[in-house]
Design a protein around this ligand. Structure first.
Ligand code: ADP
Ligand code: MG
Length: 488
């Protein structure tokens, strides 16, 4: 188990405290149909339009396991370098709630499909920590109560009832809010690479229960509180920080922490008690008699393993080795699979560092600014590659390259045609540049005087020439010609 670095410690009246965090992440499985029924799982459908008789728990209906959900859970386990359990069991978790028509949730308790694994979490300072995975189990999602549709009644939407979730439980290996955020970010990236969860937290496809305790550095584990259903990465950080400070204050005031479930209120930035351990439900787990134990063969697991896509850590290493990228550039590109794929489609045959800079600064910069998804990008990888090729072979200047991207982004069109039609080719012809240089020298005797004593002011002349040529002059030629004419 990792120890907190001094920077992660929180100082209290009685000295430093260490935060200990373990996360239970609920990830909705990417699958066209539900865990035990053929009903669809699309987000945002009309209420109760995706409900089979099984999901509505009509008497006599029997669950039938969806093989694709099993495959997705195994793929995820493999991606988390985890033990795959060839035999696992579905249990009934019994509780009453209006959005749970069965009166129980089918889940896995003592024998989950996936056992111990690990996630290497990249931190902002360039370091990393390894967070252990305790288990991953499959379970059904519940429906949703709607309290705002009618003055006197609550409604229930069962579209989500029976949708497959993976609950991914970490060990209490996380030591700060930043680590918790980085862990969920990395886990989400792995799930997206695997195609097993879309990771969309706004739509509830990924949500976390955050367990927090505090202790004196390296001391005994403290009593934890569990903050339920935190649904954004930013909020996970806020909830951890608030909760750690709350617990420290109680202990330092002579109080004790009692294990309880809490809720984070984004409006107040505080957590508040929901139920204590004494009020905790007894779920009376028992094996679901409608389902046989789930038995997998090693061949089945090996086949899924053989077809796993390249995951972020491997891709990161390859980007550094094959393209000689700096670790930071590789981090940025690999964090988003679409960005990584885009980079590779652009980079082939070009200077990889230049391609990485272009994709990170120009392409991702514009995408982030406009808050769009990579899949909605208006200028294809091929078109971006064409712009970089024109820059590399001197057809256009670096400045014009950005203008061409702007034009293609807003108006569409093929970059080569844009350059040709608008006459944006770089002017390397020394005759033409000399003419402009001569004019500028003649018109600015004062600056000419100045540059003799202060050669650094040459940049001003370069700027003037670039302006006069609409940014099309080759900056290298401009520099050479200016130095010659100004006798520098
Ligand atoms: P439960 O069903 O009671 O929530 P789980 O075993 O499913 O229990 O999950 C417990 C979670 O709490 C795990 O993520 C684990 O890492 C975390 N955890 C356990 N002990 C502590 C502790 N002392 N401080 C913080 N987190 C803890
Ligand atoms: Mg739990």
């Amino acid at each position: 188990m990792a120890d907190a670095t001094p920077a992660d410690l929180i100082s209290g009246a009685t000295g430093d405290w260490e935060t200990v965090i373990g996360l239970e992440v609920h990830a909705q499985v990417v699958s066209k149909s539900k865990l035990f029924s053929g009903a669809a799982t699309a987000f945002g459908a009309e209420p109760n339009s995706q409900v089979s008789l099984v999901d509505a728990a009509m008497p006599g209906m029997l669950p039938v396991i969806n093989a694709e959900c099993i495959a997705q859970a195994v793929r995820t386990g493999l991606g988390l370098k985890a033990q795959i359990n060839l035999e696992s069991v579905f249990d009934r978790k019994n509780y009453f709630y209006p959005d749970l028509p069965q009166g129980y949730q089918i889940s896995q308790f003592s024998r989950p499909i996936v056992g111990e694994g690990e996630v290497v979490v990249d931190l902002e300072d360039g370091g990393s920590v390894t967070v252990g995975i305790e288990r991953l189990h499959l379970e059904q999602d519940a429906g949703k109560s709607l309290h705002d549709q009618h003055p006197d009644f609550s409604y229930v939407d069962l579209n989500r009832s029976g949708v497959a979730l993976m609950e991914i439980v970490s060990k209490p290996d996380i030591r700060s809010a930043d680590q918790a955020k980085a862990y969920v970010t990395k886990l989400r990236s792995i799930l997206r690479y695997l195609g097993t969860c879309d990771g969309n937290m706004e739509q509830g496809s990924l949500r976390a229960d955050v367990n927090v305790s505090v202790r004196k550095p390296r001391g005994e584990l403290g009593t934890r509180c569990e903050i339920k259903n935190v649904n954004s990465i930013r909020t996970i950080g806020l909830a951890v920080d608030y909760e750690a400070r709350r617990q420290i204050d109680i202990i330092e005031d002579g109080g004790a922490i009692h294990q309880e479930t809490r809720l984070f209120d984004p409006d107040t930035g505080a957590t508040r008690a929901m139920r204590s351990k004494e009020e905790a439900r007894d779920y009376r787990y028992f094996p679901d008699p409608d389902l046989l134990p789930l038995v997998l063969t090693q061949d089945y697991v090996d086949d899924l393993a053989a077809h796993l896509p390249e995951l972020p850590d491997r891709k990161h290493a390859r980007f550094m080795a094959d393209y000689s990228l700096a670790a930071y550039d590789a981090d940025v590109l690999v964090a988003d699979k679409e960005a990584a794929d885009f980079f590779e489609a652009v980079a082939g045959g070009l200077d990889a560092k230049a391609a990485a800079n272009w994709v990170i600064n120009e392409v991702m910069g514009r995408i982030n600014k406009e808050g769009m998804a990579f899949s909605d990008i208006p200028v294809s990888a091929e078109a971006n590659k064409a712009i970089l090729q024109m820059t590399a072979d001197g057809t256009i200047s670096g400045k014009i390259a950005k203008d061409v991207l702007d034009i293609a982004w807003k108006e569409g069109g093929d970059p080569r045609a844009i350059v040709e039609q608008r006459g944006l080719e770089q002017v390397s012809d020394s005759g033409e540049i000399e003419k402009v240089v001569d004019e500028i020298i003649a018109a600015n005797p004062k600056q000419v005087e100045q540059v003799k004593g202060k050669p650094k002011t040459l940049g001003w002349f370069v700027g003037q020439v670039m302006q006069a040529t609409g940014g099309k002059a080759n900056p290298k030629s401009v520099n050479q010609i200016l130095r010659k004419k100004l006798e520098l």
